[in-house]
Design a protein around this ligand. Structure first.
Ligand code: RIB
Length: 301
């Protein structure tokens, strides 16, 4: 069972501050920290930590790029297969992150090599793969083409629609399981969605292709709809330090557990638990729990 993640690889440059600056404002923060990030790389690491065999297809800058090594450190540590990683003539992706006292963040991504990754960099051979995990930090044409080819090759396609951006019908048509947060759900349905309308809004997306839609709700847990069930999962209560990478942890662990054969409610449970733990430590990949920590947390619940 091998999961292929096609997505972004970034170095994260993070500053902790009392609050996120308003437009035009300067806020003094703590020391800057460079760590491994990028939604694609984060989800690959989360899936690998949850026990899956994972390969990542993406792009970084050359050996002389100062952010290449920090961007790849977490992937190497988690034993993610990197034979499909491309080195392009562009800077490694860099995310500028401010984390506020309550754990909330604001992120600006300088995409660099991620933006130069084209359909020509997609794998030629899809054999031996069971699941494809996608996000939206690569060019829309790449994500759409990856979903189309994976679907045609018989893979299960899981799409995390983060960050929210324009999505065309073909991408949704090739997606088996869609994962969105409330903002991304609102962007997809084209209107604000009240709490009591979440299930109806998510169900409306089932008509466009996915067989399951999960809405992640932060401290409120998650909601998943399929044609025959609505499943609400409360969040594991934690002390939040930094939410960076929590959504990626959810997606990676969900993909890993589904690829390992867990029924959907069970896989969602593990994903929510791991995502909660990821909020208790700073960083994206640095905050992700080992599988032993997830199992331990389950025993203590
Ligand atoms: O989802 C968190 C990630 O978003 C960060 O690691 C950053 O690199 C951006 O891609």
């Amino acid at each position: 069972m091998t999961i292929l993640v096609i997505g972004s690889v970034n170095a994260d440059l993070t500053v902790q501050a009392a609050r996120i600056p308003a437009p035009g404002e300067t806020v003094l923060g703590g020391d800057a920290r460079v760590s491994a990030g990028g939604k694609g790389a984060n989800q690959a690491v989360a899936a690998a930590l949850a026990g899956a065999h994972v390969a990542l297809c993406g792009a970084v800058g050359s050996q002389s790029d100062p952010f290449r090594l920090p961007a790849l450190a977490g992937l190497k540590r988690a034993d993610v297969e990197l034979s499909l990683l491309h080195t392009l003539d562009a800077p490694t992706g860099l995310a500028l992150i401010t984390v506020a006292a309550g754990g909330e963040n604001a992120i600006t991504v300088a995409s660099g090599a991620n933006a130069r990754f084209g359909p020509e960099h997609l794998p030629a051979d899809w054999s031996g793969l069971t699941h494809l995990l996608l996000q939206q930090e690569l060019a829309p044409a790449v994500t759409r083409e990856a979903a189309r080819r994976a679907h045609a090759a018989g893979l299960t396609v899981i799409l995390n629609a983060a960050p929210a951006r324009e999505m065309d019908a073909a991408l949704l048509a090739h997606t088996h399981h869609l994962i969105v947060n409330e903002h991304e759900l609102a962007a997809l349905v084209g209107r604000t969605v009240d709490q009591d309308e979440l299930a109806v809004a998510a169900q409306s997306l089932l008509k466009l292709g996915p067989g399951a839609v999960t809405v992640t709700l932060g401290a409120q847990g998650s909601l998943t709809v399929t044609p025959d069930m609505v499943y609400r999962l409360p969040a594991h209560s934690v002390q939040v330090i930094d939410t960076t990478g929590a959504g990626d942890t959810f997606c990676g662990v969900l993909a890993a557990r589904l690829s390992g054969g867990d029924p959907l409610p069970q896989a969602l449970h593990w994903a929510g638990l791991a995502a909660g733990l990821a909020c208790t430590r700073p960083g994206a990949q640095d905050s992700m729990p080992s599988w032993a920590e997830v199992v331990e947390a389950e025993k203590l619940r």
